[in-house]
Structures are given as C-alpha cells and as structure tokens.
Design a protein around this ligand. Structure first.
Ligand code: PMV
Length: 354
C-alpha cells in the first residue's frame, strides 16, 4: 500500500589521528599520500548518531544534519550512496510483511537524519564520524554483505578520515597502490581493550568553524609544500612502523614522542604551504608548552598532545592518575569563567571528574 517505512539507527565515534593524513594523490577518490594511524574515541563523547529510513512514500533522497536540511547533491554523498546502493541485497521483515527486492533499491528514496553531539567542522573530525556512521547505517539498512574494511573504503570516499572510524581501538588507514582505490582502506591494529589505561582529554579551545577546510588546505599543501613531499616519502613510512611497535608494546614514551612530533610536523607543513595555513592559536601553543615542560620535568612523557585542522587540543594521558593531574593543571592555567581561552573540556573517562 506504500505506507511502510524501514529504519536503521547507528552510532559512530570520531577518531583522532596520531600519525596524520594530510594530502591527497587523487581528489575524487580521496586517496592519500601516506598511511595514517588513529585512535577511535569512546562513543559516549564525540559521536554521530544517524537514522536512515526508506519508504515508497519518499519521493527524493533528503538529509538533515543537526536538525537542518542539507543538500545531498555533493559528490561525496553521491559517491557513498551509489557505492552502497550498488551492493544492496533483498531485505525481508516477515513480522510486518515488508519485502524489498535487490532491484527495488535503485528506485526507492532515503531520508537521513544525523546528529553530532559535538561542534561540527571545528577540527574535532566531525566528518569522520558522520560519513562512517552514514555508510554503516546504510549498509545495515540495505543488507550489504561486505566486511568492515570494504565498507571503510566506501566511507573514505565521503571523508578520508572516516574510513578509520569503522573500527574501535587503534586503526591504520593503508594508503594503497591501486588507481581505483580498492586497496585504500582501514584495518584495526588493536581493539579498544588492548591499551585501556590511556585517557583522552580534549580541550575545546574554539568551537567555531575552521577558516580553511581540510580539502582546500590539503590541495594547497600538495601544490606548494616541499616539506609535505619529504614527509610523505621519507618520514611517515618509518613513523608508521615505529608507531605500530609502540602501540603493540604499550610503550607510552615512544607513543607520546611520535604523536607530538607528527602533530607538530603536520602544522609545520601547514606553515610551509603558500599561502600559509594557521590552525592552532595562542591557546594551542600555550597548551603545547605546558605539556612539554611537564614531560621534560618528569624525565619521561606523561601526556601526548595532538591537534587536527583546528585549535582544539587532544591530550592522551598515560593513565587515570596522570589524567586527573592534567585536568587540574589545565584548570589552573585556564580557570573556568575567567573569560579565558578555553570553552570546555571533554574527558574520555568521566570518573576522573568526580
Ligand atoms: O578526512 P578529512 O578531510 O576531514 O581530513 C582530516 C585531516 C586531519 O584530521 C587533519 C588528519 C587526520 O588524519 O585525521
């Protein structure tokens, strides 16, 4: 009778790169110039919730992000929708007497509602959680029988970093060699239980949208930065191996040294771009100094920091005790309500706030 609706809801956390992806070798397929490694955050904090619905009553594909309708006409959405639709299979809901045959998916339209529980496009990797969640929810709705890695290669075509959010724990995005991008996908290095001493604290320095999108920034860096060429060819391949070792052995000293160095090199590439790109601000620089001084005074790193395409600081403490001390220090340097620079903290382990 054309009145039914079938819905699926999924929730996906964002991820933060500890070895950064910066630069594409193919813009449309989103193929990177180097491998990258990330940690997927706890789903309680920074995550996207997406509901996808299909019904013969819908006459076009539509999407709402945080309650506002957005256009689905962009290439990135279209690529993800096309790739998933082409893999759809029969779906049967016996209880409600609904049957969708494989061939029907091409004609049926979708409504998509997505919600981020954190600032969108402020360097907190909202597109990573968003596209990973969209692809995962659509794959469930359309009964797509592909493994997570294959789905990650589809999410990659929405936003590069999204491919890494299909897994928890530490994840590697393998850049791949194929021209069609089939081998540019994410694999899980270790799951979330492997190194569960770590506590992630995010200091939200600004929740404003960034001035230079990562797409524009990467394009300009690829075109103009000599440092990026050197980084992609000579530095990152070695760092990836060292980082994999540090994660496997839970070697916090090496992990922190590599994470901080890679974040700083990514921002150096941004400065080496013409015109230069500034994602960090004075508050970000102060946070780096505070953590660097602390690590040096202890003789061994206690906290790692990393910054994406925005001024917000992601700090990874070696354990809960250190995380508590870190939060105390941050509150001392940036007291709440002092009109100072920090808006809020998002803490990966709520118990340390008690
Ligand atoms: O996937 P995009 O286009 O949002 O780019 C993300 C780039 C960085 O966040 C800066 C680094 C990374 O590897 O996530």
């Amino acid at each position: 009778c054309g009145k039914w609706v079938v819905m699926v809801t999924a929730q996906t956390p964002t991820n933060i790169a500890v070895i950064k992806y910066w630069g594409k070798r193919h813009e449309t397929l989103i193929l990177p110039v180097n491998d990258s490694i990330s940690v997927t955050l706890d789903p309680d904090h920074l995550c996207t919730t997406t509901t996808v619905a299909v019904s013969p009553a819908f006459d076009s594909d539509r999407m709402w992000l945080n309650g506002k309708e957005i256009s689905l006409s962009g290439g990135r959405y279209q690529n993800c929708l096309r790739e998933i639709r082409s893999r759809a299979s029969d779906v049967e809901d016996k209880e409600n007497g609904i049957k969708i045959a494989e061939k029907d998916w091409e004609k049926l339209h979708l409504h998509i509602a997505s919600y981020n529980n954190f600032p969108t496009a402020a360097g907190l990797a909202s597109s990573a959680a968003g596209f990973a969640c969209l692809v995962f929810a659509l794959a469930k709705l359309m009964n797509v029988k592909e493994d997570q890695s294959k789905l990650s290669a589809i999410a990659r075509q929405g936003s590069g970093s999204a491919c890494r959010s299909l897994y928890g724990g530490f994840v590697k995005w393998i850049m791949g060699k194929d021209e069609d991008g089939k081998d540019s996908l994410a694999v899980q290095l270790v799951d979330e239980k492997h190194w569960d001493d770590l506590v992630i604290i995010i200091a939200v320095v600004s929740s404003r949208q960034k001035e230079t999108s990562s797409t524009t920034g990467m394009r300009e860096s690829v075109e103009t930065s000599l440092l990026l060429k050197h980084r992609a060819k000579e530095i990152v391949p070695k760092r990836i191996l060292q980082m994999e070792g540090a994660i496997k052995n839970r070697d916090f000293a090496s992990f922190a040294q590599l994470t901080c160095a890679d974040s700083n090199q990514f921002h150096a590439v941004c400065l080496d771009t013409s015109p230069p790109i500034f994602y960090m601000n004075d508050t970000s620089h102060r946070i780096i100094s505070i953590v660097e001084k602390w690590n040096r005074s202890e003789g061994t790193p206690q906290v790692a920091y990393t910054f994406d395409a925005g001024p917000n600081a992601v700090m990874i403490a070696r354990n809960r005790k250190v995380a508590t001390l870190l939060l105390q220090r941050l509150l001392f340097y940036f007291p709440p309500n002092s009109a100072s620079d920090l808006n809020s903290y998002i803490v990966g382990d709520k118990s340390i706030l008690k």
